[in-house]
Each structure stands twice: as structure tokens, then as C-alpha cells.
Design a protein around this ligand. Structure first.
Ligand SMILES: Cc1cc2nc3c(=O)[nH]c(=O)nc-3n(C[C@H](O)[C@H](O)[C@H](O)COP(=O)(O)O)c2cc1C
Ligand SMILES: [Fe+2]
Ligand SMILES: [Fe+2]
Length: 417
């Protein structure tokens, strides 16, 4: 846990969480940070909750004492977003400091009631264009950014310092051990957080890409002139170059509809090694193609990592045997999840072994159709039992075909950009 000064009058309280499945489902091998921001005028506001999992009051009191702020001084708790990673601390906070006002959107009120029982809690409802004057020039302005990531989400902006606190938007996974500020990171740390931002985006935000695009549009207009710092609730604070994370998020949104990067993700599963024995041919051919590739095995590798890789990939190879007239089940789960998160319009090649009937392709086609994923398939290669030399030759040819399609899609997209 950590308390630092973002800029005079704004402080960041943060903690890291590891060893959990985020949303009870996504592994976070590198952890995640949770941050609150304190805005201090004559009145004091705390924006977002940072210790949903990490023991209020100890953490909060320890960090506040580093900043010489008493918990009794906190007048307002701004709830940008009701998800319990940000609001889960409310009850514990209330026990510590009964006299404060919650500042939040109209849509958040019934959610708060359902999650925490409001009782006689003081609430101030804010929406687009509303402000809250804390004194000493710190005026908080609120903007609705619905569905980034829940329907009630707002962003809070301190007009004095140009600090935007957009909660989940512009966030990333990855615990923060050292400095949380973009002006203090090494190139390697940037790379780490870029990878973690893709993981976060693809696992948590992806399904809300269109609302995110709208939020980005709002923020882009205010960059430079008004928004000088972007301080999300997960991940690093952008105070040297906030435009960078906005541009990154714009790219992540654009990857949804494809094409994404010049990359191919290979996902394979195999019961007895027959499908597996064709994978070296796939990898060798991809290496020759000059495209970046990553390989995952199901069910061994986690679906969150697979999703992150597919989000930035323009091509996908799915290799799996037929199982009870359908796809190898962990592959079906992955394909469903990719389609639900709207990994759209990818170039896809499927291969795999069967025993007597086949049937994997029928299920794959059904999932893609049902979710309107718009995947464009290179002709599949299915083989009975072990692949023959001729099967492997055909697989090589088809992977080359896939690579050519990916190269071409990127070329066309580059021309348009
Ligand atoms: C539980 C189980 C269910 C299977 N169901 C089918 C099936 O419905 N249709 C079919 O053609 N083959 C079926 N097979 C045969 C496999 O598809 C075949 O053994 C294939 O070679 C396995 O490939 P792998 O070595 O990559 O796992 C099944 C095999 C197992 C073990
Ligand atoms: Fe969220
Ligand atoms: Fe969150």
C-alpha cells in the first residue's frame, strides 16, 4: 500500500491485490492495483474506494496518517462506479466516519441501496455538468460515462488541477510496486503495463467497447487544454502524457472489429496427442511467415490470457479433436468466451483429429453464427486419427494462406489509417 501526491491538492491511496480471481473468474498473474484519490480543498473528498479486499480501516488509516489527513476530515465519498472492487469498503468506512455525503449518479442509488442498505445516509446525486465546490479552487465536475463498465458509471474531474478520475476507464491490471506515475517509469515498466492494460481491457472492458469509445470521444476533446492528468482506479497515473493511454484505449477499442495487430494466436487441445502432433507444423509455418504468434493449450492455459492474446491478434488458429460429436469441450468454452467478448471479424483456421464421424466444425460454426462474430474461415483440415504427411502438407499450406490473409488485412488497414 502506498500514499503519494499526484499534484498539489490531490493524493493517491493505493493497494495491490494478488491471489484472487478478478470478478471471481479471471486469473491476474501479476496482480492488480486499486486506487482512491483524495481531493483536498477546504472540504475533503475521496474519489473511489481502494481497499475493497484489503481491510478497512487499517489500510485507510495508515495511508491517511502518512498524508496528515484525519478520517473525520473526509466530507464526501465520490462513487464513480458501484462495483464492489471500488465500493466494497463503504460499510467499513461508515463505521469509522458516520458523517459524510456520498456523491454519485442517480443510477447508482438503487444499486447502493441493494448492496449496502443506505438507511439515513446523506447522498448527493450528480450527473452530466454538475459540480461540487470543495473550496481553494478545487471544483469537482462530473460526467456520465455509462457502461464503462456498469450502467451507473461517472467520471470525476478536478477543474483546478485538470485531473480526470475515470475509475475503470483507462485502467490496467498489474500490481504497482514502485512509482505509479508515467513520468517515473522505465521503458520495461511501460511495456509491462501495456501488456497488463490489454489483459485488463480484453477481460473486463471488451464487451463494453462501444460505450468506451463514447467516453474516449468525450475525454479526447478535453485533452491538453483541460485534462492534464488521468488517474484511473486501476493502474498507473498519466500526468506526463495522458494522451498516450487515451490513444492506447482507442486502439484497443478498434481491435474489437479487427484487424488488430500482425499477430496470430494458436489455441490447441488434444486428448491423445493426435491433434497435438500437427502443432509443430503450424508453429514452423507461422515462424516463416514473419508474423508474431503465441501458443496456448486448453484447458491448461487460462482463458483470460487467451482472450488478451486474441484481442490483439488478427488471425486465430483453433486446433482440437472431435469429442462426443462436438468440439473438445474446453475449446468450445474458449470460443464461446471469445465470441461473447466480441473478438470480431478474425481470420480463423481450424484443424483437428477425429475418430469416426467428426462434428467439431458444426459446433464451431454454430457458435460463430449465434454471436455474429463474423469470423472468416480458411478451409479446415480434419484428419482421422494421426495426421499423415499429406495432412501436414495441407496444414502448412492453409497456415500460409491464413498468414497471407493477415498480412493483407494489416496492409489494407494501414493504408486506411
Ligand atoms: C470421450 C471421447 C469422445 C469422442 N467423441 C468422438 C465423436 O463424437 N466423433 C468422432 O469422430 N470422434 C470422437 N472421438 C475420437 C477422437 O476425436 C479421436 O480419438 C481423435 O483422434 C482424438 O484426437 P486427439 O489425440 O488430438 O485427442 C472421441 C474420443 C473420446 C475420448
Ligand atoms: Fe468495474
Ligand atoms: Fe474496477
Amino acid at each position: 500500500m502506498n500514499a503519494t501526491t499526484v499534484t498539489p491538492g490531490i493524493f493517491r491511496l493505493s493497494t495491490n491485490v494478488r491471489d484472487i480471481l478478478f470478478e471471481g473468474l479471471w486469473p491476474i498473474p501479476n496482480g492488480v492495483s486499486l486506487s482512491s484519490y483524495i481531493v483536498k480543498g477546504d472540504k475533503v473528498a475521496i474519489v473511489d474506494g481502494f481497499c475493497g479486499w484489503d481491510g478497512v480501516p487499517e489500510t485507510l488509516l495508515a495511508l491517511l496518517s502518512k498524508l496528515n489527513i484525519q478520517v473525520e476530515e473526509i466530507d464526501y465519498v465520490v462513487i464513480n462506479h458501484m462495483e464492489p472492487d471500488h465500493s466494497g469498503w463503504l460499510e467499513a468506512f461508515r463505521a469509522l466516519r458516520p458523517e459524510f455525503t456520498i456523491v454519485t449518479s442517480a443510477k447508482a442509488v438503487p444499486l447502493l441501496e441493494a448492496f449496502f442498505r443506505l438507511g439515513n445516509q446523506k447522498i448527493r446525486v450528480v450527473g452530466d455538468g454538475d459540480t461540487l465546490d470543495l473550496g481553494q479552487g478545487h471544483v469537482l465536475a462530473f460526467t456520465e460515462i455509462p457502461n464503462v463498465h456498469w450502467p451507473e458509471t461517472i467520471a470525476t474531474f478536478d477543474t483546478k488541477t485538470g485531473t480526470l478520475m475515470p475509475c475503470d476507464a483507462f485502467g490496467s491490471f498489474g500490481a504497482i510496486e514502485g512509482a505509479p506515475y508515467d513520468d517515473e517509469l522505465t521503458p520495461d515498466q511501460f511495456k509491462f503495463f501495456e501488456r497488463e492494460a490489454v489483459r485488463y481491457y480484453s477481460n473486463i472492458v471488451a464487451a463494453f467497447s462501444q460505450p468506451t469509445a463514447k467516453a474516449i470521444e468525450k475525454v479526447e476533446k478535453l485533452l491538453g487544454d483541460k485534462v492534464k492528468i488521468i488517474a484511473p482506479a486501476h493502474g498507473i497515473v498519466w500526468r506526463k502524457n495522458p494522451g498516450r493511454i487515451v490513444a492506447d484505449y482507442k486502439r484497443y477499442v478498434s481491435y474489437q472489429k479487427g484487424p488488430a495487430k500482425a499477430e496470430v494466436t494458436v489455441i490447441w487441445g488434444s486428448m491423445y496427442g493426435n491433434t497435438a502432433s500437427a502443432i509443430p507444423t503450424v508453429i514452423k509455418t507461422l515462424k516463416e511467415s514473419g508474423l508474431r504468434w503465441r501458443e496456448f493449450q486448453v484447458p491448461r492455459d487460462d482463458i483470460g490470457s487467451i482472450l488478451a492474446a486474441c484481442w490483439t491478434s488478427t488471425g486465430i488458429v483453433l486446433a482440437m479433436p472431435t469429442y462426443e460429436y462436438k468440439m473438445f469441450p474446453p475449446m468450445a468454452a474458449v470460443v464461446e468466451e471469445l465470441a461473447k467478448k466480441k473478438v470480431l471479424n478474425r481470420h480463423v483456421f481450424r484443424l483437428g483429429s477425429y475418430g469416426w464421424s467428426g462434428g467439431a466444425q458444426t459446433e464451431l460454426d454454430e457458435i460463430v453464427r449465434r454471436h455474429k462474430a463474423g469470423w472468416s474461415f480458411v478451409s479446415p483440415v480434419e484428419f482421422k486419427g494421426k495426421p499423415t504427411e499429406a495432412d501436414l502438407d495441407l496444414i502448412e499450406k492453409r497456415v500460409r494462406g491464413l498468414a497471407a490473409r493477415v498480412h493483407y488485412a494489416i496492409l489494407r488497414a494501414d493504408k486506411r489509417r
